[in-house]
Design a binder for this molecule. Structure first.
Ligand code: SAM
Length: 340
């Protein structure tokens, strides 16, 4: 049985934050609510969704904001090495107490969409920014503002840019990598599947750039390249801080591919300790008759929010913050690991 949560507010003083909570600015009640292992919230189409939906794997900024609010405090630095049209950056900008964020994206097209969305949103209501609906219990914590001034999106290959970032300079990684290698058909194929349109034919998701991880020649190479990215993420993350990888399993070549499990195993080899697997149920997914009427083929209507904690002990309070880009490594390197 869990301990009773802290009261959510102290009259006149805002949320009561436990004195030993160094991670975030949440009340005990909000902390507990976040830890449920299944997420079913249907997020609204907002913040330039009309432009962002051209990217078939764009993520709701509010989903990203919830992750960011749990794993960071106001002003801390979030990194997304596969930024797409900027779901993570927009999430950092709408967090209650905006965070800073660096994104890396291979495709200039998606970076331009992010820039346009951020600029348009900022200009709304005569420069006050967008009016973001208060979703009540679906997004506990009250109204949200929007301040993207601390967010930057870099165009290029994550495997080339990450090594230029200073070690121990990032407070949280939130990312949604290419899920798997690109195949002509991602699901079961066959006449019925064709009639009902394969996911990949609906939207643009993959570039034709050889550096795109989805263009790896085979799944083993995809996993190796992702392991190299994960090792870089472990290097730039501060000790004891967290990374969340959003991963969708796949059904390819007639079999189920446990991409989330495979990536979690790889992450563990580079010092990112698996801490949890939150299931995000995408209620609005369209069902397609992939295997009907001859055999079972799943309609995958969930994604994994894989939670990792970087190896090492947290630095003492007051340790200096590092500069992420083109800086020298600051802070102290972790010696040994301590399980929590
Ligand atoms: C699943 S999408 C991320 C979508 C993003 N979360 C959003 O809200 O738009 C993965 C992204 O990784 C990008 N990508 C693939 N390989 C890359 C690489 N080597 N370096 C940087 N970005 C890459 C793709 O272009 C794609 O936009």
């Amino acid at each position: 049985m869990a301990d009773a949560p802290e009261p959510s507010t102290t009259p006149g003083e805002g949320p009561a934050i436990h004195p030993r909570n160094r991670l975030n600015e949440l009340s005990g009640e909000a902390w507990l609510y976040f830890t449920k292992s299944v997420w079913t919230t249907a997020y609204p189409s907002e913040l330039g969704h009309r432009l962002r939906r051209a990217h078939g794997a764009n993520k709701p900024p509010r989903l990203m904001a919830r992750l960011i609010e749990y794993f960071t405090k106001t002003g801390e630095l979030v990194l997304d090495p596969f930024a797409g049209v900027g779901g993570t950056l927009l999430g950092a900008a709408m967090a209650r107490g905006p965070r800073r964020a660096i994104g890396i994206e291979l495709s200039p097209r998606w970076a331009e969409v992010y820039a346009e969305v951020a600029q348009q949103a900022r200009a709304e209501r005569g420069g006050l920014g967008p009016a973001l609906a208060d979703l009540g219990p679906q997004d506990p914590g009250g109204p949200r503002g929007f301040d993207p001034s601390g967010c930057e999106l870099l165009v290029g290959d994550a495997l080339a840019i990450l090594p230029t970032m200073a070690a121990l300079s990032v407070d949280f990684v939130a990312t949604d990598p290419p899920y798997n290698i690109q195949l002509p058909m991602t699901m079961a194929g066959g006449a019925l599947a064709e009639a009902h349109a394969n996911r990949r034919t609906d939207y643009a998701m993959v570039t034709d750039d050889p550096a795109d991880l989805a263009n790896a020649p085979d799944y083993a190479t995809f996993l190796d390249r992702m392991t190299a990215v994960l090792a870089e993420l472990a290097r730039v993350l501060r000790p004891a801080r967290y990374a969340v990888l959003i991963v969708r399993d796949a059904y390819q070549d007639g079999r189920y591919v446990f991409t989330a499990s495979d990536l979690a195993a790889r992450a563990a080899t580079v010092g990112l300790i698996p801490k949890g697997d939150l299931i995000w149920y995408q209620a609005g997914s369209r069902l397609r008759p992939y295997g009907y009427p001859t055999g079972f083929v799943p309609n995958i209507v969930h994604q994994h929010l894989l939670v990792f904690r970087r190896d090492g002990a947290a630095p003492a309070d007051g340790a200096p913050a590092g500069t992420a880009l083109r800086g020298t490594a600051r802070g102290r390197r972790a010696s040994g690991s301590r399980e929590r």
